[in-house]
Design a binder for this molecule. Structure first.
Ligand code: FAD
Length: 281
């Protein structure tokens, strides 16, 4: 499979320490051989990682690695967000992942949060078409959502506001993605929806996180992973093969690319991409 027609992107979160930042550069450079379309850097809602995210995004772009900041209003006002976006524009950043975000506990209630469609409209209104805007999509439906239909209609609202494409929450059941894409097309969404792929590095924390973000780990898969017990190396090898199969199935059935949640690690995502034959070299 060649990279030419398959979009690849790799997501990082901003490390807190200098050592972590140095390590992440080595990780990023390990992915460079796949010629990714872009990297992305998450953002702590409430502005908790504002400078960290910004500094890394600016630095990576200056290094010649296209990197998109994730962005949400959090508790910030229009001026702060507009200034931040202007800084990105000045640094030749041309892609933003626009989100509502989740408020960290202690930083205030959900009433202060600005929906992603409003952020998309804000960016378009003030910065025209400068940025390619990615938004989030949920094949297994956002946990706060009233229903399947309201959630996909809100996704449509993000596209109507000017988003160019969507990155999905991770999932392990390919049918969830296929059904979702079909349902989105039926309500008139004609923009690409890129599956988000989560590697399995630490099963316990993945189970905990999946419960909170509404991503399902199919029972058979979880049981099979748990059966490895303390043999973490074998568990990871099995998981890596299973995720490779998931990606292959998605691509064979029309997924326009893959967005990997790297967890700031080179493995197992590097092996998965190599298994898929997406190595550009
Ligand atoms: P929205 O699209 O605004 O939707 C939020 C909820 O409100 C949904 O239930 C939706 O159905 C509903 N809704 C949407 N629009 C409206 C409206 N106009 N009126 C009423 N209801 C509405 N979180 C972070 O904190 N930092 C990150 O960097 C980050 N990166 C992410 C990257 C990806 C690819 C994904 C999939 C998620 C990411 N998240 C991140 C998590 C995300 O912020 C949370 O899932 C958050 O709860 C929802 O954000 P959203 O942009 O999807 O919100």
């Amino acid at each position: 499979m060649s990279n030419d027609d398959i979009r690849l992107s790799f997501e990082f979160f901003p490390p807190k320490t200098d050592a972590g930042k140095e390590k992440l550069i080595a990780v990023r450079d390990g992915y460079a051989k796949f010629n990714p379309d872009f990297y992305s850097m998450t953002y702590g809602a409430g502005g908790s990682t504002r400078n960290n995210t910004k500094d890394l995004v600016v630095q990576y772009n200056a290094d010649g690695h296209a990197t998109a900041p994730h962005l949400s209003f959090g508790v910030d006002g229009d001026d702060i967000i507009a200034e931040l976006i202007q800084e990105y524009k000045d640094a030749n950043v041309n892609r933003i992942v626009a989100l509502r975000g989740d408020m960290p506990s202690g930083l205030g209630g959900s009433s202060q949060m600005v929906y992603a469609n409003e952020l998309v409209a804000f960016i378009r209104e003030r910065f025209g078409d400068h940025f390619h805007i990615e938004v989030a999509a949920y094949p297994e439906i956002h946990p706060e959502s009233e229903s399947y239909l309201t959630d996909i209609n809100y996704l449509k609202g993000k596209f109507d506001a000017g988003a160019n494409s969507a990155l999905t929450q991770y999932f392990f059941n390919p049918d969830a993605y296929f059904y979702f894409v079909e349902s989105c097309q039926k309500i008139g969404i004609d923009k690409p929806i890129y599956p988000g792929i989560m590697p399995i590095i630490n099963l316990k924390s993945l189970v905990r996180f999946s419960d909170s973000c509404g991503a399902e780990i199919p029972r058979w898969f979880r049981k099979a992973l748990e059966a490895y017990g303390d043999d973490q190396e074998s568990m990871k090898a099995f998981a890596s093969d299973a995720i490779t199969e998931l990606c292959a199935l998605l691509l064979e059935n029309g997924a326009p690319g893959l967005h990997f949640y790297t967890m700031n690690q080179l493995e197992p995502v590097k092996t998965i991409v190599e298994n898929l034959g997406l190595n550009a070299e």
